[in-house]
Design a protein around this ligand. Structure first.
Ligand code: FCB
Length: 457
């Protein structure tokens, strides 16, 4: 990577690792409810029990020599009743974690929202309701006041497309609703709450850097046929541009406003404004950010005749020489490098950080207890190389976070999908670093040597 300030990290999220569902006055979230109502094969009630084993997890990170740890804060642990008084016991957990990270030389990067909305807020209407924006600002303020003196890197939201569309359109994720207009209102309020939280964090965490983690699904058309080209453009608008464009100040893309309207998701006639864009919302959503976070796993080939939200099982094209991960996702590092250049050229973020990248492979302990996950190493190596190529092409890449530190609860896919650099025995909680953890440690060390040998500038 180009300079010695490049940040190497790993990521996790609260519901996927913490467990301790009832500890210290934690309230239920929409994911607790999703599991309780049988919508998940397994729940996060125990997960990796990180809430109790966090010291061990910090030590594992220290052994890897990473610069930074991206974790998410559970809203339900730190604010009573969604928008009530701060829960000091919950805040203390994160405070201890942050202190331990800093004492170990690891920089904390905190995500405010990784999908675990307080159930009580959902019962008041959740993200489709505008009042949830105010509740989120309150939550951001509680967290900023408590941790903002020590946490200087903030991510407002993780993957708003997933929260809005898998949560409210396909119904695959919590809260499990299935209505296009509802999903668009949820998306708008999530984006608005991002912009408002940027301001809250700047005032409660002086000198901090704030960004958002957008998921990206680059695509190429199945052929030159105009129907395939148009289908790809629509998919890109549905999946990517609807979020990137407003965050970078150009508002919702006109073609997609009309496409959503044609599908009955936005009321009004062609050319009418969006009804829920009130009170300078687009200006707020475009609050300047210090870095753009990008979560990247795969890309796809798009042809006509697909449902717009359909992704799995999509034929990846004539050949995917690098194969698939166990999520069934095609391995496409070249598309990654190209997309980074595209994002840089289109939106010109001040800095770009890969906030998630990783692969699910179930390799477990050999008889001698070691875990030789060579396929994960190959995946990560190819994607780190793609980031380096983008950087060499002038893209302002400033960080890379592997998803994930630990094998954890992969949402509705349960514990079978393992993304960790560290194996977790979910019966006992035991952790075993995989070969990929050692590969990452060595990769980081080599990058530091090479950056320092080039000298400043
Ligand atoms: C992303 C999520 C993360 C994890 C990875 C595999 O969409 O942000 O929590 O589930 O996918």
């Amino acid at each position: 990577m180009p300079d010695s300030n490049f940040t190497w990290g790993v990521g996790t999220s609260a519901y996927q690792i913490e467990g301790a569902r009832h500890a210290d006055g934690k309230d239920p979230s929409i994911w607790d409810h999703f599991a309780d109502t049988g919508r998940m094969p397994e729940s996060g009630d125990v997960a990796c029990n990180h809430y109790h084993r966090w010291r061990e997890d910090v030590a594992l990170m220290a052994d890897m020599g990473i610069d930074a740890y991206r974790f998410s804060i559970a809203w339900t642990r730190v604010v009573h009743d969604g928008d009530g008084t701060p829960n000091t016991a919950g805040l203390d957990f994160y405070s201890r974690l942050v202190d331990a990270l800093l004492a170990t030389g690891i920089t904390p990067w905190a995500t405010l929202y990784h999908w675990d909305l307080p159930l009580v807020i959902q019962e008041r209407g959740g993200w489709p309701e505008r009042s949830t924006v105010g509740a989120f600002e309150h939550y951001a303020e509680v967290v900023g006041r408590s941790l903002g003196d020590r946490v200087h890197h903030w991510i407002t939201h993780n993957e708003p497309w997933v929260a809005a569309f898998l949560g409210h359109f396909t119904g695959d994720f919590a809260p499990g609703l299935s209505d296009g207009g509802t999903a668009l209102r949820a998306a708008h309020h999530i984006l608005l709450s991002h912009g408002r939280a940027v301001d809250v964090l700047r005032s409660t965490s002086p000198g901090c850097e704030v960004g958002i983690a957008l998921d990206c699904r680059p695509s190429t058309p199945a052929s030159d046929d105009p129907a395939d080209v148009a289908a790809r453009h629509h998919f890109d608008g549905f999946r990517n541009r609807w979020f990137f464009d407003p965050v970078f100040g150009t508002g919702y893309p006109d073609d997609m406003v009309e496409a959503h309207r044609a599908r009955g998701r936005i009321p009004g006639a062609t050319g009418d404004p969006i009804p829920w864009d009130l009170d300078g919302d687009l200006h707020a959503i475009a609050a300047p950010i210090d870095f753009l976070g990008l979560n990247y796993y795969t890309s796809l080939v798009r042809g006509a005749g697909r449902e717009e939200s359909e992704e799995s099982g999509v034929a990846p094209g004539p050949d995917v020489p690098e194969g698939y991960t166990e999520m069934g996702w095609p391995i496409t590092p070249d598309a990654f490098a190209e997309y980074l250049v595209h994002v840089h050229e289109t939106y010109r973020p001040a800095a770009m950080v890969i906030t998630e990248n990783g692969a699910s492979y179930s390799d477990g302990p050999d008889p001698d207890g070691t875990i030789d996950d060579q396929r994960r190493i190959a995946y990560l190596d190819a994607h780190v190389d793609a980031v380096a190529r983008a950087a060499a092409a002038g893209v302002p890449m400033t960080g890379y976070f592997v998803w994930s530190l630990l094998d954890n609860l992969e949402w509705t896919s349960g514990y079978a999908q393992r993304f960790g650099l560290v194996w977790v025995d979910h019966a006992t909680g035991e952790r075993i670093p995989k070969a990929s953890a050692r590969w990452y440690r060595d990769r980081i060390a080599a990058a530091r040597v090479s950056a320092s040998s080039r000298g400043p500038g």
